[in-house]
Write a protein that binds this ligand. Sequence first.
Ligand code: HEC
Length: 204
Amino acid sequence: MDDRFNTIAGWTLFAGIVALGSAIVSTKIFEQEPLEKPGYAIQGVEAEGAAGGEAADPPVAAVLATADAAAGAKLFGKCAACHSIAQGGANMIGPNLYATVGEAIATGKGGYAFSDALKGKGGNWTFDNLYLWLKSPRTFAPGTKMTFAGMSAPQDRANIIAYLNAQGSNVPLPPPPAAGAAAAPAAAANATAPAANAAEPAKK
Ligand code: HEC
């Protein structure tokens, strides 16, 4: 009888210790929670993998058709830690971005030292290229020194592109795809084919 009482008492005590221990542990966890956000975050620098976006994006011409440059100006806050945009603005961590839409990739910018990864890319900052670049800089140009994870939302990217375009570029927007065209199976191929030169002025 006594033995059994001791056993029960022992387990009760043990359970109490476990409960106390886990209470202390959870207090510690809650104490630390506010520290999980880093003290200094560059806005828009998202966690690794945040820009994964497996689903195919709508063609850039479709999202540009509804792009809102004013919304893009607000979103540019994510870029402003590293980029100035005003004409003649200083190069910072990244190059000044005035009149970048339509310009050759990784050139000019008052001698800004671009990475070999971006310099080796070739081509111009067409709407398509910007759309891909802003989705995931390191997928567009592996080895780039733009340590910005990217923005997965197509409309956010289009808004920023519309804003960038309004800063000294004013490249004509590509015609929006005809209604229903986006649903056609060929839509995915558009990403490389006809829209590729979209940032070039259509007619001289
Ligand atoms: C953490 C800093 C940082 C942030 C945030 C950032 N960039 Fe950059 N950006 C860079 C760097 C560095 C480069 C140069 C990349 C290279 O040479 O590989 C660059 C290059 C670029 C270029 C190429 C310019 C050219 O002339 O070829 C564009 C366009 C650009 N960034 C747009 C943006 C936009 C738009 C945003 C916001 C959505 C943004 N960047 C956010 C650092 C940043």
